[in-house]
Design a protein around this ligand. Structure first.
Ligand code: ATP
Length: 328
Protein backbone atom coordinates (compact mmCIF):
# COMPACT_ATOMS: atom_id res chain seq x y z
CA UNK A 1 0.00 0.00 0.00
CA UNK A 2 1.47 3.36 -0.99
CA UNK A 3 0.35 6.91 -0.35
CA UNK A 4 -3.19 7.67 -1.43
CA UNK A 5 -3.74 11.41 -1.59
CA UNK A 6 -7.51 11.03 -1.78
CA UNK A 7 -7.88 8.81 1.27
CA UNK A 8 -9.32 10.06 4.56
CA UNK A 9 -6.74 11.96 6.60
CA UNK A 10 -5.17 9.95 9.40
CA UNK A 11 -3.95 13.08 11.16
CA UNK A 12 -5.77 16.38 10.96
CA UNK A 13 -4.66 19.44 12.85
CA UNK A 14 -7.00 22.41 12.41
CA UNK A 15 -5.87 25.79 13.68
CA UNK A 16 -4.31 24.27 16.77
CA UNK A 17 -3.79 26.65 19.68
CA UNK A 18 -2.15 25.55 22.88
CA UNK A 19 -0.71 27.14 26.01
CA UNK A 20 0.85 25.15 28.81
CA UNK A 21 -1.28 25.61 31.89
CA UNK A 22 0.05 27.45 34.90
CA UNK A 23 0.01 26.03 38.41
CA UNK A 24 -3.76 26.55 38.69
CA UNK A 25 -4.32 24.38 35.62
CA UNK A 26 -5.25 27.33 33.41
CA UNK A 27 -3.17 29.31 30.91
CA UNK A 28 -1.54 32.20 32.78
CA UNK A 29 -3.48 35.42 32.23
CA UNK A 30 -1.94 37.57 29.51
CA UNK A 31 0.00 34.76 27.91
CA UNK A 32 0.09 34.09 24.19
CA UNK A 33 -0.28 30.52 22.95
CA UNK A 34 2.85 28.47 22.54
CA UNK A 35 1.32 26.77 19.50
CA UNK A 36 -0.86 28.96 17.36
CA UNK A 37 -2.85 28.61 14.15
CA UNK A 38 -1.17 25.31 13.35
CA UNK A 39 -2.85 23.21 10.66
CA UNK A 40 -1.63 20.07 9.00
CA UNK A 41 -3.15 17.09 7.21
CA UNK A 42 -1.46 13.73 6.81
CA UNK A 43 -2.72 10.53 5.22
CA UNK A 44 -2.03 6.82 5.28
CA UNK A 45 1.47 6.05 4.04
CA UNK A 46 2.92 9.47 4.88
CA UNK A 47 6.26 9.57 6.68
CA UNK A 48 6.61 13.08 7.95
CA UNK A 49 9.80 14.52 9.34
CA UNK A 50 9.13 17.23 11.93
CA UNK A 51 12.02 19.67 12.16
CA UNK A 52 12.71 22.87 14.04
CA UNK A 53 15.14 24.43 16.46
CA UNK A 54 15.26 23.58 20.16
CA UNK A 55 12.12 24.83 21.84
CA UNK A 56 10.21 25.26 18.58
CA UNK A 57 7.30 23.16 19.83
CA UNK A 58 7.87 19.76 18.19
CA UNK A 59 7.50 17.72 21.37
CA UNK A 60 4.48 19.73 22.40
CA UNK A 61 2.78 19.06 19.07
CA UNK A 62 3.57 15.35 19.23
CA UNK A 63 2.29 15.13 22.79
CA UNK A 64 -0.93 16.87 21.83
CA UNK A 65 -1.33 14.41 18.94
CA UNK A 66 -0.58 11.59 21.35
CA UNK A 67 -3.43 12.73 23.60
CA UNK A 68 -1.18 13.84 26.43
CA UNK A 69 -2.42 17.42 26.53
CA UNK A 70 -6.04 18.46 26.26
CA UNK A 71 -7.08 20.65 23.36
CA UNK A 72 -10.50 21.22 21.86
CA UNK A 73 -11.51 18.03 20.06
CA UNK A 74 -11.95 19.69 16.65
CA UNK A 75 -8.37 21.00 16.68
CA UNK A 76 -6.71 17.60 16.54
CA UNK A 77 -8.16 14.48 14.99
CA UNK A 78 -6.22 11.24 14.83
CA UNK A 79 -7.94 8.54 12.78
CA UNK A 80 -11.01 10.77 12.95
CA UNK A 81 -11.00 10.82 16.75
CA UNK A 82 -9.78 13.14 19.49
CA UNK A 83 -6.65 11.62 20.95
CA UNK A 84 -7.15 13.18 24.36
CA UNK A 85 -10.81 12.29 24.73
CA UNK A 86 -10.81 8.88 23.05
CA UNK A 87 -8.42 6.79 25.11
CA UNK A 88 -9.17 3.68 23.05
CA UNK A 89 -6.94 5.17 20.34
CA UNK A 90 -3.85 4.45 22.41
CA UNK A 91 -5.11 1.45 24.34
CA UNK A 92 -5.95 -0.35 21.09
CA UNK A 93 -2.45 0.32 19.78
CA UNK A 94 -3.82 2.23 16.74
CA UNK A 95 -1.94 5.28 18.00
CA UNK A 96 1.53 4.83 19.41
CA UNK A 97 3.74 7.53 20.90
CA UNK A 98 7.42 6.96 21.53
CA UNK A 99 9.21 9.86 23.09
CA UNK A 100 11.88 10.88 25.52
CA UNK A 101 9.56 10.33 28.45
CA UNK A 102 8.25 7.00 27.41
CA UNK A 103 10.82 5.18 29.49
CA UNK A 104 8.88 6.42 32.48
CA UNK A 105 5.55 5.50 30.95
CA UNK A 106 6.67 2.00 30.12
CA UNK A 107 8.03 1.69 33.59
CA UNK A 108 5.15 2.95 35.63
CA UNK A 109 2.02 2.90 33.54
CA UNK A 110 2.24 0.78 30.43
CA UNK A 111 3.58 -2.57 31.45
CA UNK A 112 4.22 -2.10 35.13
CA UNK A 113 7.74 -3.36 34.90
CA UNK A 114 10.49 -0.96 35.93
CA UNK A 115 12.78 -0.99 32.93
CA UNK A 116 15.93 -0.95 35.00
CA UNK A 117 15.07 -3.80 37.32
CA UNK A 118 16.67 -7.20 37.05
CA UNK A 119 14.42 -8.58 34.36
CA UNK A 120 15.28 -10.07 30.98
CA UNK A 121 14.48 -8.51 27.62
CA UNK A 122 12.49 -11.66 26.90
CA UNK A 123 10.25 -11.16 29.92
CA UNK A 124 9.66 -7.52 28.99
CA UNK A 125 8.82 -8.25 25.37
CA UNK A 126 6.84 -11.45 25.87
CA UNK A 127 5.00 -9.79 28.77
CA UNK A 128 2.93 -7.75 26.32
CA UNK A 129 -0.25 -9.71 25.68
CA UNK A 130 -2.10 -10.19 22.41
CA UNK A 131 0.84 -9.75 20.07
CA UNK A 132 1.22 -11.44 16.69
CA UNK A 133 4.21 -13.81 17.17
CA UNK A 134 5.42 -13.14 13.61
CA UNK A 135 5.52 -9.40 14.16
CA UNK A 136 7.27 -9.86 17.50
CA UNK A 137 9.90 -12.09 15.91
CA UNK A 138 10.46 -9.60 13.11
CA UNK A 139 10.93 -6.74 15.56
CA UNK A 140 13.35 -8.73 17.69
CA UNK A 141 15.33 -9.40 14.51
CA UNK A 142 15.17 -5.84 13.16
CA UNK A 143 16.33 -4.42 16.48
CA UNK A 144 18.83 -7.26 16.90
CA UNK A 145 17.71 -7.91 20.47
CA UNK A 146 19.34 -10.57 22.57
CA UNK A 147 16.47 -11.89 24.68
CA UNK A 148 18.83 -12.75 27.51
CA UNK A 149 19.83 -9.11 28.11
CA UNK A 150 19.16 -8.17 31.73
CA UNK A 151 17.61 -4.73 31.78
CA UNK A 152 19.51 -3.51 34.86
CA UNK A 153 22.82 -4.31 33.19
CA UNK A 154 21.94 -3.37 29.59
CA UNK A 155 23.64 -0.45 27.87
CA UNK A 156 21.57 2.63 27.00
CA UNK A 157 21.31 1.48 23.40
CA UNK A 158 20.33 -2.07 24.34
CA UNK A 159 17.68 -0.81 26.72
CA UNK A 160 16.44 1.58 24.09
CA UNK A 161 16.11 -1.25 21.56
CA UNK A 162 13.91 -3.22 23.94
CA UNK A 163 11.80 -0.17 24.63
CA UNK A 164 11.35 0.61 20.94
CA UNK A 165 10.46 -3.02 20.29
CA UNK A 166 7.76 -2.89 22.97
CA UNK A 167 6.39 0.35 21.56
CA UNK A 168 6.09 -1.13 18.08
CA UNK A 169 4.68 -4.54 18.99
CA UNK A 170 1.11 -3.58 18.22
CA UNK A 171 0.52 -2.79 14.53
CA UNK A 172 -0.04 0.95 14.92
CA UNK A 173 -1.88 3.03 12.35
CA UNK A 174 -0.31 6.27 13.52
CA UNK A 175 3.13 6.44 15.10
CA UNK A 176 4.58 9.53 16.76
CA UNK A 177 8.32 9.41 17.29
CA UNK A 178 10.08 12.02 19.35
CA UNK A 179 13.78 11.46 18.69
CA UNK A 180 14.08 7.94 19.87
CA UNK A 181 17.17 6.92 17.93
CA UNK A 182 19.82 8.87 19.87
CA UNK A 183 21.20 5.85 21.68
CA UNK A 184 21.08 3.51 18.70
CA UNK A 185 24.17 2.51 16.76
CA UNK A 186 24.32 3.12 13.02
CA UNK A 187 23.09 -0.35 12.08
CA UNK A 188 20.19 -0.42 14.51
CA UNK A 189 19.07 3.02 13.38
CA UNK A 190 19.26 2.14 9.68
CA UNK A 191 17.36 -1.13 10.19
CA UNK A 192 14.71 0.57 12.29
CA UNK A 193 14.19 3.31 9.69
CA UNK A 194 13.86 0.65 6.98
CA UNK A 195 11.28 -1.22 9.06
CA UNK A 196 9.29 1.95 9.67
CA UNK A 197 9.32 2.79 6.00
CA UNK A 198 7.96 -0.66 5.21
CA UNK A 199 5.19 -0.17 7.77
CA UNK A 200 4.04 2.90 5.85
CA UNK A 201 4.41 1.38 2.40
CA UNK A 202 2.88 -2.01 3.12
CA UNK A 203 0.38 -1.31 5.90
CA UNK A 204 -0.42 2.34 5.17
CA UNK A 205 0.77 3.53 8.58
CA UNK A 206 1.36 7.24 9.13
CA UNK A 207 4.49 8.34 10.99
CA UNK A 208 5.60 11.70 12.32
CA UNK A 209 9.22 11.70 13.37
CA UNK A 210 10.76 14.68 15.17
CA UNK A 211 14.52 14.66 14.98
CA UNK A 212 17.73 16.66 14.82
CA UNK A 213 19.69 13.73 13.36
CA UNK A 214 19.57 13.65 9.58
CA UNK A 215 22.01 10.84 8.96
CA UNK A 216 20.45 8.25 6.68
CA UNK A 217 17.21 10.23 6.39
CA UNK A 218 17.78 11.70 2.95
CA UNK A 219 15.32 9.36 1.24
CA UNK A 220 13.24 8.35 4.24
CA UNK A 221 10.51 10.97 4.63
CA UNK A 222 7.68 11.50 2.19
CA UNK A 223 7.00 14.93 3.69
CA UNK A 224 8.77 17.51 5.77
CA UNK A 225 7.27 19.93 8.23
CA UNK A 226 9.26 22.79 9.69
CA UNK A 227 8.00 24.52 12.80
CA UNK A 228 9.36 27.66 14.46
CA UNK A 229 7.96 29.43 17.53
CA UNK A 230 5.03 27.01 17.62
CA UNK A 231 3.96 28.00 14.14
CA UNK A 232 4.03 26.06 10.94
CA UNK A 233 6.60 27.49 8.54
CA UNK A 234 6.89 24.86 5.85
CA UNK A 235 4.94 21.73 5.02
CA UNK A 236 5.70 20.03 1.75
CA UNK A 237 6.45 16.73 0.07
CA UNK A 238 10.11 15.75 -0.06
CA UNK A 239 10.22 16.00 -3.87
CA UNK A 240 9.35 19.67 -3.54
CA UNK A 241 12.04 20.16 -0.93
CA UNK A 242 14.49 18.61 -3.36
CA UNK A 243 13.20 20.88 -6.14
CA UNK A 244 13.79 24.07 -4.18
CA UNK A 245 17.03 23.04 -2.57
CA UNK A 246 19.92 21.26 -4.14
CA UNK A 247 21.51 20.95 -0.73
CA UNK A 248 21.43 17.80 1.38
CA UNK A 249 18.50 17.44 3.76
CA UNK A 250 20.67 18.43 6.68
CA UNK A 251 22.04 21.52 4.91
CA UNK A 252 18.56 22.49 3.76
CA UNK A 253 17.21 22.35 7.30
CA UNK A 254 20.33 24.15 8.52
CA UNK A 255 19.63 26.97 6.05
CA UNK A 256 16.06 27.31 7.39
CA UNK A 257 17.27 27.40 10.98
CA UNK A 258 19.98 29.94 10.11
CA UNK A 259 17.37 32.27 8.67
CA UNK A 260 15.27 31.81 11.76
CA UNK A 261 18.26 32.63 13.94
CA UNK A 262 19.11 35.72 11.89
CA UNK A 263 15.50 36.85 12.10
CA UNK A 264 15.51 36.36 15.86
CA UNK A 265 18.73 38.32 16.24
CA UNK A 266 17.40 41.11 14.03
CA UNK A 267 14.23 41.33 16.13
CA UNK A 268 16.23 41.47 19.32
CA UNK A 269 18.30 44.30 17.90
CA UNK A 270 15.16 46.17 16.92
CA UNK A 271 13.67 45.70 20.35
CA UNK A 272 16.85 46.96 21.95
CA UNK A 273 16.91 49.98 19.65
CA UNK A 274 13.31 50.75 20.73
CA UNK A 275 14.34 50.57 24.37
CA UNK A 276 12.44 47.31 24.89
CA UNK A 277 13.88 44.26 26.64
CA UNK A 278 15.78 42.10 24.15
CA UNK A 279 13.95 38.93 25.13
CA UNK A 280 10.24 38.17 25.34
CA UNK A 281 8.83 38.46 28.81
CA UNK A 282 7.58 35.25 30.30
CA UNK A 283 4.76 34.57 32.71
CA UNK A 284 5.21 31.17 34.28
CA UNK A 285 6.84 29.87 31.13
CA UNK A 286 4.43 31.44 28.67
CA UNK A 287 5.01 34.44 26.48
CA UNK A 288 3.28 37.70 27.24
CA UNK A 289 0.88 39.22 24.74
CA UNK A 290 1.30 42.66 23.32
CA UNK A 291 4.89 42.12 22.33
CA UNK A 292 5.37 44.61 19.48
CA UNK A 293 8.12 42.59 17.85
CA UNK A 294 5.92 39.52 17.86
CA UNK A 295 2.94 41.45 16.54
CA UNK A 296 5.09 42.61 13.65
CA UNK A 297 5.84 39.00 12.84
CA UNK A 298 2.18 38.06 12.90
CA UNK A 299 1.06 40.56 10.31
CA UNK A 300 3.46 39.23 7.71
CA UNK A 301 1.07 36.56 6.57
CA UNK A 302 0.04 36.45 2.99
CA UNK A 303 -2.87 34.18 3.74
CA UNK A 304 -1.43 30.98 2.37
CA UNK A 305 -3.22 27.91 3.47
CA UNK A 306 -1.13 26.26 6.12
CA UNK A 307 -0.60 22.57 6.31
CA UNK A 308 -1.29 21.92 2.68
CA UNK A 309 1.43 19.55 1.73
CA UNK A 310 1.13 20.22 -1.98
CA UNK A 311 1.57 23.94 -2.07
CA UNK A 312 3.83 25.27 -4.80
CA UNK A 313 7.11 26.93 -4.08
CA UNK A 314 7.48 30.70 -3.88
CA UNK A 315 11.22 30.46 -3.50
CA UNK A 316 13.71 31.13 -0.80
CA UNK A 317 13.85 34.86 -1.42
CA UNK A 318 10.29 35.17 -0.22
CA UNK A 319 11.09 33.43 3.01
CA UNK A 320 9.71 35.55 5.84
CA UNK A 321 8.41 34.46 9.14
CA UNK A 322 4.72 34.63 9.50
CA UNK A 323 2.13 33.18 11.81
CA UNK A 324 1.43 30.28 9.55
CA UNK A 325 3.50 30.04 6.47
CA UNK A 326 4.01 27.46 3.79
CA UNK A 327 6.69 28.07 1.21
CA UNK A 328 5.37 27.59 -2.24
N1 ATP B 1 5.49 21.50 30.71
C1 ATP B 1 5.78 22.69 30.19
N2 ATP B 1 5.32 23.83 30.74
C2 ATP B 1 5.58 25.04 30.21
N3 ATP B 1 6.33 25.23 29.10
C3 ATP B 1 6.82 24.12 28.51
C4 ATP B 1 6.58 22.80 29.01
N4 ATP B 1 7.20 21.91 28.19
C5 ATP B 1 7.79 22.64 27.22
N5 ATP B 1 7.57 23.97 27.42
C6 ATP B 1 8.04 25.08 26.58
O1 ATP B 1 7.46 24.92 25.32
C7 ATP B 1 8.37 25.32 24.31
C8 ATP B 1 8.44 24.21 23.26
O2 ATP B 1 8.99 23.06 23.86
P1 ATP B 1 9.09 21.68 23.08
O3 ATP B 1 9.65 20.69 24.03
O4 ATP B 1 7.79 21.40 22.45
O5 ATP B 1 10.15 22.06 21.94
P2 ATP B 1 10.94 21.11 20.91
O6 ATP B 1 10.75 21.72 19.56
O7 ATP B 1 10.51 19.70 21.08
O8 ATP B 1 12.42 21.32 21.38
P3 ATP B 1 13.70 20.32 21.36
O9 ATP B 1 14.20 20.28 19.95
O10 ATP B 1 14.65 21.05 22.26
O11 ATP B 1 13.27 19.01 21.90
C9 ATP B 1 9.69 25.59 24.97
O12 ATP B 1 9.84 26.99 25.08
C10 ATP B 1 9.54 24.99 26.36
O13 ATP B 1 10.21 25.75 27.32
Amino acid sequence: MGEDETSEPTIEINGLRFTYPGIDGHPPPGSTPLIDGFSLTLRAGHRCLLVGSNGAGKTTILKILGGKHMVEPHMVRVLGRSAFHDTSLTSSGDLSYLGGEWRREVAFAGFEVPIQMDVSAEKMIYGVAGIDPKRRAELIKVLDIDLSWRMHKASDGQRRRVQICMGLLKPFKVLLLDEITVDLDVLARADLLRFLRKECEERGATIIYATHIFDGLEDWPSHIVYVAHGMLQIAMPMEKVKDISKLSLMRTVESWLRREQEEKRRRRKERKACGLPEFDEHIEGSRVTGDPARAAVRVINNGWAAGRLHSTIAGEDNFLFSSNRVLR
